[in-house]
Design a protein. Sequence first.
Length: 156
Amino acid sequence: MCGACHGANGTPLDAKTMPNIWGQQPYYILTQLVHYRNGMRENPVMASIAKTLQQSDLRPLAAYFAAKPWPAGSNTPAAPAETPKGLTMCTPCHQANFQGGISWPRVAGLNYDYMVAAMRSFANEERTNNMDMVKIMKLFSDSERDAMARYLAALK
């Protein structure tokens, strides 16, 4: 069922609106599924799917996708010449190489459009399932978040 949107080969059907889940951090996948189930994260499609899953299936599902290889990026915009302002603030959670931490997602190589939209959603308090991200994203302008997304999307 997940492959219908997120892709049978790890590349989402619409990478602008759907994240890579192949190779993503397992605890992060699990947390997002729980957030969709309990309403902390809103998306009509994901919420309806997550609510049909048995609680006992969530960890194995997260482990399955986490064990898959991270898909190669496509249509990646050129990275800024310099490391964008503020990215050092992201490393405690997303780690120095942005591959993700124990409970934080990999953002290296995520689709640029997806990341810009996610960052904007946090900054505008449209996505509030992580209040730290809301506070952090509010610190940056649209152009600064754009530069961050370009940089991160270009990472392998």
